[in-house]
Structure formats: C-alpha cells, structure tokens
Design a binder for this molecule. Structure first.
Ligand code: FAD
Length: 576
C-alpha cells in the first residue's frame, strides 16, 4: 500500500512525539508517526527519576553548571555546542511541558519539585544540587501521555504496530520508509519529503538490561545498512542498580532521595571511591566500583551483587516519592524495601552512541558532518553528541524533548522549501526480500537460541569491563552468530501478528549493532566514561579525544574519527 505525507516520524516515544507536535502546529504540513508499538507503550514511559533542568526551585542553580556537569560527566567526549543548547533550552522546555499539562510533583510553595541525581552539582562540582524535575517516579510516563494527547489534539496521524524495515533513498536524498503492518503482514510504502528516525535504544543486545523488549535498535541498524556511519557505539552505559538477575531498573531517584549502596561488610563503599558525591557519583564510576567490590570479594555472600539500602528513608518517603520503585521491588524481588536490603547489580541501560546528527537533528554521513538531505534522527537512537562517553541521569529526557523539538522545527522549514523527490523503482525490494527469505526457510536453528547466546556473550565480554581478549572473543562469536542467523528458520507462517517474524528481524538489527559496539571498543585503546579497558586503564586525550565512526561500506567494517567540539570547558581529570 502507498501513503504520501510531508513528514514521516518513525517512533512514537518522547523524541518522535515532540517532533510530530512541532510539525502538527504548522498549518498545511501532514505528518504521520509510524510506530511498531502503540505510542504510549514506548520505553520513554518507563523513565522514572526525572528530567534535568536548572530551575533552581530549591537552591541556586544555573544552566552553565548543568552544562559543566554534562561535559564532565561525559568524560569530555561531549560536543560542547550541543550540551550548551541542551542545558540552556532545558529550562524553557520543562516549562513548555508544564504548560502542555504535565502534572509535575510540587514543592509546598507550588513550584515544580526537584530532587538530586548522580553527577549533578552546584558551582562546578562543589556538591549535589536538586535539578531533576519529577512527577513522583513516573516522569517518563507523564511526558509520553502529555505529548500523545497533544498530538491527538493537533491531528497527527498514527500508524501503530507498523514495523519499519527500510529507508528509501533516491539520488542521495531520503524520501520515505517501508514498513510491515504487523496486524496483517502487508508491506506499506510511506513517501515523504522528510523522514525522522526516533526508534530508541538497544539494551536488548545484553542479557541483563533495564530496557523493554522492543529496544532492539532498529533505526540505528537500518541507517547503518544504508551506509550511514554510527558514532561512538562503544559508549554504552551500565546503570549501577538493576534488580539482581532481572535487570529491571531501580531508579537513581532512590539514591537521589538518600539511598546507599552497601557491600558484604555492610559498608558504604562509595566513600572510598567518590568522597564528595558518594552514591550520587556518575553511573559509569559506580558500576565499575561495584565490579571492584565484587572482584575483591566483598559482593554479598561472595556473589556478584551488592545491596541498596533504603530502610532509613522511612515508609512515608518511600511510599510518597518512590511508590513505583517500591512496588517493582516487592513484586519482582519479593522484598519490602522499607524493612529489607535490596540486591542489585549493574544493568545495560543506555546508548550514548548512535546515528550522528547535527544540532538540528539532521543525520550526517561523514567525518565532515555532511548532512543527508531529508533524513533526521533524535532521541536515544541519535548521537548529537550531548552525552559523550557517559550520560548523566535525567539528561535523556531533556535530550529527547530538546532535540526532538529542534528536529521538528527544522523539518518544518525543510518541507516548506523542498519538493517531494520521486520514489526509486521497487522501493520495497530489500524489505520484501528480507521477509520472504525468513518466511521461506522451513528448516534451521531457532532465532531465540541465537539471541540468547548473543545476549550472554555481550554481557560476559562487552559490558562494564573490557579488554582486547574479551572483545576479540566477542567479535568472533558475533561473526559465528551472524552466519548461523543467515540459516535460521521460523516456524510461524501466519501473516497476522507474526511475532516470530518481527523478532527475527529485530535479532538481525541486534547482531549488526553488537558488531559495531565491539569494533568501536576494540579501536578505542583507552578508558573513558562507560568504556573501560582493563588493558588500557587510563584516558588518553592525545590519541582518543575524538569520536569514533563505524562505517559499513559493503567491504567490511571501517573505522574513522571526527573531532570533539570543545567550547567552554577544557578537559581535566574527572574526580568526584
Ligand atoms: C527503565 C528506564 C528508566 C529510565 N529513566 C530515565 C529517567 O528517569 N530520566 C531520563 O532522562 N532518562 C531515563 N531513561 C532513558 C530514557 O527513558 C530513554 O533514553 C528515552 O525515553 C528514549 O526515548 P526515545 O523517544 O528516543 O525512544 P523510545 O521511547 O524508546 O521510543 C522508541 C519508539 O520507536 C518505535 N520503534 C522502534 N523500532 C521501530 C521500527 N522498526 N519501526 C517503527 N517504530 C519503531 C517504538 O515503537 C517506540 O515508539 C530511562 C530508561 C529506562 C529503560
């Protein structure tokens, strides 16, 4: 089936909806949001702790302090022009969300309430500041509901449960996407002047993850297959507090409210590693410290986890400020955080890297940041790069709304000044061949087995601590799995809701992404932010203060680099 729009936004999470809303407000522009999930089921809805903005509702705060924390938190790999825009715009964007109807929690004076979060400081590192604006521990849920309601009000058209399989390019211009209608298995061609990828993250490449089942990096892999390079893929964040063995997130809001991490001796071990910020040091550091405690035999009962202690907060604070956290812990771990210690371990959480874009969300295709006309990206699938080598808590929700909005506004300009590029012949040839091949194979290994092996390998060899040896092992394993994947079969032949088919497509994306994460990690022979190499434990600004670009140019993987933009803050040692 054929559809024609001015703009097609792929993804109905916070980034996609924010962009769609900007477009919908401009008379005459027709926008479609194509999403494999019903929009309100997007992973943005799982975000709990809050959205960072220097409102200063409790104590003095400034967007420059927020920017400094973001740059330092990112271990100086952050592009500072992007961080400046994000932190400066965060303030007005939070007020915009408030005016759109977002029910923030309030201070006794009626202002938006704010809490502490890891790595956020006052006066360039002096001590913690309350910067995270929150709606209890359901901030992402409220953002998603608010934006979805506004999009409906402004008549954005939604194609939900449509899984995009390919981008359509003609003569170097992006002019549409091909999507599978999951409901009946039919392929649809969406023809448009501009396309935006807002498909979220890819935590599902790892065994222990906080991410939803749908976080399989589709947009990132689809762009990569079209020859677009991927930026800083080795920079993947492990959040220190996942529920033990399950990976379900225990929000940093718990430590923001005063929760502490304890080792087997009952000691608050962060005192040793980050004397100023303690349990609110950035995530990359705390995850490494947990591994260190475990390595030195101080995991609980000598095992691979530590405890989160919330007991001293008292029932009232836990039930009023962290109600969902307490519920998740009770339901999934069978533990009452009011009276018991909570077993936690690091969990794969957030992609700092992704599809490279400029400050207006335009996808760039080389070391010189040349934009690809008609193609945009924002949110977790994109790399602007505001998070550098490590994202601070609350900065993703800021990123999706600030850069989702900027991309939306730029697309409105773009469609006003450009004609619709015609479709190339057989625009759905690649997508159709992919589906036919998967449905056509009757005998072969199951997709689920290959996925389980991939996730175990990535967890074991490409997580918090890496080395040449572990990475080479993982590289060989992923090659083997890719080869096995090319012969795998699915049993389900139905055309409606064939989730075996959609999961097989998603596994293909996860394999491609894992390959780029490993290639980036092998090439970066230093330790920085979320990327820690046991064999190169120091940061090496001379050789590696630059962004990695991984290309797929048909003849295997190629690695290139581009400079980091440094405007206000010169790199210095990162101590907390
Ligand atoms: C448990 C958890 C808690 C978090 N808490 C916080 C927090 O407190 N503060 C913070 O700043 N950040 C937090 N984060 C991070 C943050 O929530 C995410 O990075 C952010 O919401 C991503 O938004 P997005 O719009 O880019 O993508 P998502 O919200 O993940 O949306 C992706 C969209 O793309 C669609 N899609 C994907 N593939 C396809 C395809 N092939 N075809 C069509 N559609 C597709 C999906 O349907 C979905 O609508 C948290 C993350 C997790 C996992």
């Amino acid at each position: 089936m054929y559809h024609k729009y001015d703009v097609v936004v792929v993804g109905g999470g916070g980034a996609g909806l924010m962009a769609a809303l900007q477009l919908a407000r401009v008379p005459g522009i027709r926008t479609a949001v194509v999403s494999k999930l019903y929009p309100s089921r997007s992973h943005t809805g799982a975000a709990q702790g809050g959205i960072g903005a220097a409102l200063g509702n409790h104590e003095e705060d400034h967007w420059e302090w927020h920017m400094f924390d973001t740059v330092k938190g990112g271990d100086y790999l952050t592009d500072q022009d992007a961080a400046e825009i994000m932190c400066h715009n965060a303030v007005e964007t939070v007020y915009e969300l408030e005016h759109l109807g977002l029910p923030f929690s309030r201070t006794p004076q009626g202002k938006i309430d704010q809490r502490r979060f890891g790595g956020h400081t006052r006066n360039f590192g002096e001590g913690p500041v309350r910067r995270s604006c929150f709606a209890a521990d359901r901030t992402g849920h409220m953002i998603l509901q608010t934006l979805y309601q506004q999009c409906i009000k402004h008549e954005v058209e939604f194609f939900s449960e449509f899984q995009v399989l390919d981008l359509i390019l003609n003569d170097g211009v992006c002019c549409g996407v091909v999507a599978l209608n999951v409901r009946d298995g039919e392929l649809h061609t969406f023809h448009a002047k501009a396309v935006m990828l807002a498909t979220g993250g890819y935590g599902r490449a790892w065994k222990i993850t906080s991410n939803a089942l749908a976080s399989t990096g589709d947009g990132v892999a689809i762009a990569y297959r079209q020859g677009i390079p991927l930026e800083d893929m080795e920079m993947y964040q492990f959040h220190p507090t996942g529920e033990y063995k399950l990976g379900i997130l225990i929000s940093e809001a718990c430590r923001g409210e005063g929760g502490m991490l304890l080792n087997d001796k009952g000691k608050r071990f962060m005192e040793r590693y980050a004397p100023t910020l303690l349990d609110l040091a950035p995530r990359d550091m705390i995850s490494r410290c947990i591994y260190q405690e475990i390595k030195e035999g101080r995991g609980i009962n000598g095992q691979d986890y530590v405890h989160l202690d919330l007991r001293h907060l008292g029932r009232e604070v836990i039930e009023s400020k962290l109600p969902d956290q307490a519920d998740f812990i009770r339901v999934y771990l069978g533990i009452d955080p009011v009276t018991e210690l909570v077993p936690t371990q690091p969990t794969a959480h957030y992609a700092m890297g992704g599809i490279p874009t400029d400050l207006d969300g335009r996808v760039t295709v080389d070391e010189r940041n040349t934009p690809l006309p008609g193609l945009y990206a924002a949110g977790e699938c994109a790399c602007v790069s505001v998070h550098g080598a490590n994202r601070l808590g609350t900065n993703s929700l800021v990123d999706i709304v600030v850069f989702g909005r900027r991309a939306g506004k730029d697309m409105a300009e773009f469609v006003a000044h450009n004609e619709l590029v015609p479709l190339p012949p057989k625009p759905d040839a690649y997508a159709s061949a992919q589906v036919k091949e998967l449905l056509g194979r009757t005998e072969g290994e199951s997709v689920a087995d290959i996925r389980t092996e991939l996730q175990a390998e990535m967890m074991d060899k490409v997580s918090v601590i890496r080395s040449e040896e572990t990475l080479c092992h993982a590289q060989a394993k992923v090659q083997e799995l890719k080869e096995r994947y090319s012969r795998a079969a699915i049993q389900d032949r139905q055309s409606w809701f064939n989730t075996e088919l959609t999961e097989a497509l998603e596994l293909g994306y996860l394999l491609d992404i894992s390959e780029t994460v490993i290639a980036g990690a092998l090439a970066r022979k230093e330790s920085r932010g979320g990327h820690y190499r046991e064999d190169y434990p120091d940061r090496d600004d001379k050789r590696f203060l630059r962004h990695t670009l991984i290309y797929n140019r048909g003849e295997g993987i190629q690695v290139a680099y581009k400079p980091v933009k440094i405007t206000r803050f010169e790199p210095m040692e990162r101590k907390y």
